[in-house]
Design a protein around this ligand. Structure first.
Ligand SMILES: Nc1ncnc2c1ncn2[C@@H]1O[C@H](COP(=O)(O)OS(=O)(=O)O)[C@@H](OP(=O)(O)O)[C@H]1O
Length: 341
């Protein structure tokens, strides 16, 4: 049964996760919990700078939010759903799908007044690291939202506070993507603010673990292992699988968040309606998501909709580069049961 309660739309939320990494040293892991001590920044456009934080690469602008979340500024509630992802792996799509699925009681997906027809998905689902950049304002805004709350993060599983990662009342939906396509998407996005960003730089550094959401293997492994240990609280999705069967994955999502489609909804084609509403073609074509439009994001809304396919890496990587990244991933993921081959 669909619930009548829609996940909360919090309105404009600053969202600054930008991609790309310029050459720079990989500092050693450290245990510091504060911004200044947490590591070296990479050179280049300020929005592309990363910090090495607790064994993970975090956009510099997100570090204060990450620290606040880890220090307990976010108080989880029963029914909360956290969407987790590495950058450029389908965050925007998952936000749309989860919002449309959880809100379907209040907002029928085929309805002309659906919020996703006038808001970018990032405006419907808050990005936790940015919301908590101002810790007290973040706490106030999140606290004021009625349940069920839907939010998103790019944090590695290893640095989530236990109140999220070890909380049966808080569900996590994770999406990942073939790292080769992720890097291509990251590079295109980074070039928007740094036109001279070379793909070879992004690639080389990612192979060494330095990238947005890097090391990539640790990001996916953390959530993969959590989903194996606790499948009822962590749902592990892949971009490519959703491309193949969007409606089937809407059903998975609905079941996972405790709102399975009813027989009446199945008969009415609700899963297909949600898949259609959230499809790349449908969202990209909306006025709000055209290149000129911009909501709560530092980038034009159109920047979040580029190509929306699997396999674009073949247009940017030599076969040797592809083999190299595949080999790195294979080695790092060995024994886990997870593979991107
Ligand atoms: N609805 C829908 N369906 C399929 N694919 C979609 C959709 N929306 C966004 N995209 C594609 O996802 C890529 C952007 O990833 P993210 O949304 O994770 O970016 S971000 O981290 O939030 O900046 C980026 O991938 P590339 O096209 O390969 O660059 C987007 O085009």
């Amino acid at each position: 049964m669909a619930t009548a309660n829609a996940p909360s739309v919090v309105g404009p939320v600053p969202f600054t996760d930008v991609c790309g990494a310029r050459p720079g040293p990989v500092p050693p892991p450290n245990d510091h919990d504060d911004d200044d001590a947490s590591a070296a920044a990479l050179p280049g456009d300020a929005r592309l700078r990363l910090r090495w934080y607790q064994g993970t690469w975090v956009p510099r602008v997100c570090v204060p939010g990450v620290v606040a979340i880890r220090q307990g500024s976010f108080a989880p509630r029963r029914g909360d759903v956290v969407l987790a992802s590495p950058h450029k792996c389908g965050t925007t799509w998952l936000k749309a799908l989860a919002f449309a699925t959880m809100a379907r009681g209040a907002y029928p997906p085929a309805g002309a007044g659906h919020p996703l027809l006038r808001l970018n998905p990032h405006d419907c689902v808050p990005f936790m690291e940015m919301l908590f950049a101002d810790s007290s304002a973040g706490s106030r805004k999140m606290g004021a939202l009625p349940s069920p709350r839907l939010m998103a993060t790019h944090m590695h599983h290893a640095i989530l506070p236990a109140s999220i990662s070890n909380n049966p009342d808080c569900k996590i939906v994770y999406i990942c993507r073939n790292p080769k396509d992720m890097l291509v998407s990251l590079w295109h996005f980074g070039r928007r603010v740094q036109p001279d960003l070379a793909f070879s730089d992004v690639f080389e550094h990612a192979c060494e673990g330095v990238s947005f959401s890097g090391p990539i293997w640790d990001h996916v492994l953390g959530y993969w292992n959590a989903s194996k240990e606790s499948p009822e609280t962590v749902l592990f999705l892949r971009y490519e699988e959703i491309l193949l069967d969007p409606a089937g994955n809407v059903r998975r999502l609905a079941r996972f968040v405790g709102q399975p489609l009813s027989p009446a909804e199945e008969a009415a084609g609700v899963a297909e309606d949600i898949a259609r509403l959230c499809s790349f073609e449908a969202l990209r074509g909306l006025e709000v998501n055209t290149a000129a439009g911009s909501g709560s994001l530092l980038f034009p809304n159109g920047a979040y909709f580029r190509r929306g396919q699997a396999g674009d890496w073949a247009n940017h990587m030599t076969p040797e580069m592809a083999r190299r990244l595949d080999a790195v991933m294979e080695e790092k993921l060995r024994g886990s049961g997870l593979s991107f081959a």
